[in-house]
Write a protein that binds this ligand. Structure first.
Ligand SMILES: NC(=O)C1=CN([C@@H]2O[C@H](COP(=O)(O)OP(=O)(O)OC[C@H]3O[C@@H](n4cnc5c(N)ncnc54)[C@H](O)[C@@H]3O)[C@@H](O)[C@H]2O)C=CC1
Ligand SMILES: O=C(CO)COP(=O)(O)O
Length: 330
């Protein structure tokens, strides 16, 4: 079995930093590329990332760089760049054949591409994998128990990467369903915004449970139509992550929804934010992709219209509640 020991991480936000720390915690050398000079300096000088992962102490074996060329010698790269910026960063990667493991959760505007599709366009000669599941960055950085889906095109690659990433408290479950893992993560971000809206508007726990179930039905309809496996959507990368981020204001998507539910407008909530709420980018994209495919996604559609500022939370809730009654299986 191929083994991987020199990991590089592309992206110095909360999740890239937490994954780099996971791999470097026992002293293994890990290289992390960050876009911000302040992140590179803080990681190398103080072993911290106060911009994106405040409170976490990082291993001295984690070394940051602002130059992607410094990742050329790595034998596997975790790519943790928000999807809207992914294509540009991939185009600047040094040439090589190291596998790319995609950890971002979203769909690109216009192209309707998931990270794996973007990689096939930009750097088709590398093995590709997806790492996705219920994984708050600060918990992984703190060494708390976590399980996650690791999907690759073939079982041998998925098993080799899972073996290299596994730690006593970090358990990757192997899959060959990359599209299922990508769709689970991208759609749950949108549904976390919806659940935050319900919470912010004080609509109660019954409403939240209804949204999680009906949201999962949307995720499943969209996923199956694009070739995802039902087991993946019902697993860690789908339902598992949906439950995590629909029930905690530690989720940036949920917290954004809470603001919308309290009546703030999306533009104000989105202005000047440094951290990402991928669901806000993905909602209009996935809503449009579903519409083009004739797939009903009313919750996703409502979040897309709210984020665009076309409607306020009260109107979105009213529209969802007044939809015609229907059989549960649809
Ligand atoms: N934070 C978390 O707990 C988890 C996040 N994710 C996913 O990981 C991805 C990255 O999220 P985080 O690390 O949390 O980000 P973050 O919100 O902590 O930081 C924002 C990131 O976006 C980058 N960025 C901003 N503008 C950019 C540009 N023009 N070009 C390239 N990069 C730019 C910043 O450098 C920074 O790395 C997202 O898709 C998110 O859904 C997945 C699992 C857990
Ligand atoms: O994806 C996540 C945990 O699995 C993080 O969710 P947020 O991006 O909503 O914070």
């Amino acid at each position: 079995m191929t083994s991987y020991s020199r990991f590089g991480v592309v992206g110095g936000g909360a999740w890239g930093t937490a994954l780099a720390q996971l791999l470097a915690a026992e002293g293994a050398p890990v290289r992390l590329w960050a876009r911000e000079d302040a992140v590179v300096t803080a990681i190398n000088a103080e072993h911290r990332n106060p911009l994106f992962l405040p409170g976490a102490s990082l291993s001295p074996s984690l070394v940051a760089t602002g130059d992607l060329a410094d990742l050329a010698a790595c034998d596997a790269l975790l790519v943790v760049v928000p999807v809207p910026f992914l294509r540009a960063v991939l185009a600047d990667l040094p040439a090589g054949h190291a596998p790319l493991i995609f950890c971002s959760k979203g769909m690109e505007a216009q192209s309707f591409a998931f990270p794996i599709d973007i990689a096939r366009d930009v750097c088709s000669d590398r093995p590709l994998a997806v790492l996705s599941g219920p994984t708050f960055a600060h918990e992984v950085a703190a060494g708390l128990p976590t399980a996650i889906t690791l999907a690759a095109a073939d079982t041998a690659t998925a098993e080799a990467l899972a073996q290299a990433l596994a730690r006593p408290h970090f358990r990757p479950y192997v899959s060959t369903d990359m599209i299922g893992a990508e769709i689970g993560g991208a759609v749950k971000n949108i549904l976390a915004i919806a659940c935050g809206i319900v919470d912010g508007a004080g609509l109660g726990l019954n409403a939240r449970a209804a949204l999680i179930s009906r949201g999962f039905a949307e995720m499943t309809r969209f996923g199956l139509a694009r070739g995802a496996q039902a087991d993946t959507l019902a697993g860690l990368a789908g339902l598992g992550d949906l439950v995590l981020t629909c029930t905690s204001s530690n989720s940036r998507n949920f917290a954004l929804g809470q603001g919308l539910g309290r009546g703030a407008d999306a533009a104000t909530l989105m202005a000047d934010r440094r951290t990402v709420a991928e669901g806000a980018f993905s909602a209009p994209v996935i809503a449009a992709a579903a519409r083009a495919d004739g797939i009903e996604m009313p919750i996703t559609d409502a979040v897309a219209r709210l984020v665009a500022g076309d409607i306020r939370a009260g109107e979105a809730i009213q529209a969802l509640l007044s939809r015609p009654l229907r059989p549960e299986g649809r």
